[in-house]
Design a protein around this ligand. Structure first.
Ligand SMILES: Nc1ncnc2c1ncn2[C@@H]1O[C@H](COP(=O)(O)OP(=O)(O)OP(=O)(O)O)[C@@H](O)[C@H]1O
Ligand SMILES: [Mg+2]
Length: 290
């Protein structure tokens, strides 16, 4: 049987994330249009990440090749808890339908995830959203393990700076041995920007993600970055590591790696496109298991 992480193995994480970004952001539909993959016969690997800020649906071929995806800003889930069930189902149904039309295939099965520490009953609500959108969802994976399906670290800390929270996971011998999740994330960046510039939260969100605006916004959000760094430091004091790898959308903010490295005194890096690592790792779940 083909190893499911073939493509990631072959081209390396940066090129893999670039290809995934291309198909999820619809910058590059060439792979979906590739006759080899347009209607792939093999099983499809589907990941659904119901995040605080973004819903992400990603479809991979059996060998891990990113085929199609959708993402949407949505406030239907808060820190792993589904707060707008109907809204979440509606959005996911729409995303699924568009991806199915692009691929010419039905999506029947998906892997979703949950932030560590979320109560079991709430985790079930996540699976219920996926099922109500028309896909079976027998497997749920904790988010740091999903991220490590892509990063494949043996040792270190994976820090997921998302919309609502910062998740810290300690990896030893390739396994997650400790996790924590604390309520500071990209939403707080946007709130601080909105307050400082006298604009709405939505305007701040739009401004914040523009690379050309980030150097002028840096002094405004630096204290929030330091708050994130202080959270990380508190956990890794007890669970020492030699390296921190950042994932999650907020890790894309220019300069955050340096702030965290300086504050914690620990070597810190971020892949060039950290936002889709966790959803991709959900889709890769079956691969990692096989
Ligand atoms: N280029 C960027 N620069 C800075 N922040 C960004 C960028 N792109 C996205 N973000 C921010 O990243 C956050 C979303 O990241 P992500 O999708 O990892 O979070 P989530 O999974 O929805 O939330 P959580 O994991 O907290 O539930 C949002 O706050 C968004 O504004
Ligand atoms: Mg997330």
């Amino acid at each position: 049987m083909t190893s499911t992480t073939d493509l990631l193995d072959r081209i390396g994480i940066e090129d893999y994330l670039a290809r995934a970004d291309g198909v999820i952001l619809h910058r590059d539909d060439s792979q979906a249009a590739d006759p080899l993959h347009k209607s792939p016969d093999g099983a499809l690997r589907v990941g659904v990440d119901l995040g605080t800020a973004y819903l992400v649906l990603v479809v991979l071929a059996e060998d891990g090749t990113p085929l199609a995806g959708e993402w949407q800003f949505a406030q239907v889930v808060r820190d792993g808890l589904v707060v707008d069930y109907i809204g979440a189902v509606d959005l996911l149904k729409g995303m699924k339908g568009r991806v199915e039309r692009r691929l010419g295939r039905e999506l029947n099965l998906a892997v979703s995830g949950y932030p560590p520490g979320v109560p079991r009953i709430e985790v079930r609500a996540t699976a219920n959203v996926v099922m109500a959108a028309g896909m079976d969802c027998p497997n749920l994976i904790d988010e740091p393990s999903a991220a490590n399906n892509v990063l494949r670290l043996n040792e270190g800390a994976i820090v997921d700076i998302g919309g609502g929270t910062t998740g810290i996971a300690i990896v030893r011998d390739g396994r997650i041995v400790y996790t924590a999740d604390e309520p500071t994330g990209g939403t707080h960046f946007s709130l601080v920007i909105a307050g400082a510039l006298g604009i709405s939260f939505e305007e701040a969100e739009e401004l914040k993600v523009k690379p050309t605006e980030q150097s002028r916004l840096f002094p405004v959000v630096r204290p929030v970055m330091e708050k994130v760094a202080s959270i990380i430091l508190r956990h890794i004091r007890v669970h020492p590591v030699e390296h921190i790898t950042l994932v999650g959308g907020t890790s894309a903010f220019c300069g955050i790696t340096e702030v965290i490295q300086e504050y914690t005194g620990i070597a810190t890096s971020v892949p060039q496109r950290p936002i889709f690592i966790t959803p991709l790792g959900m889709a890769l779940y079956n691969h990692a298991k096989s």
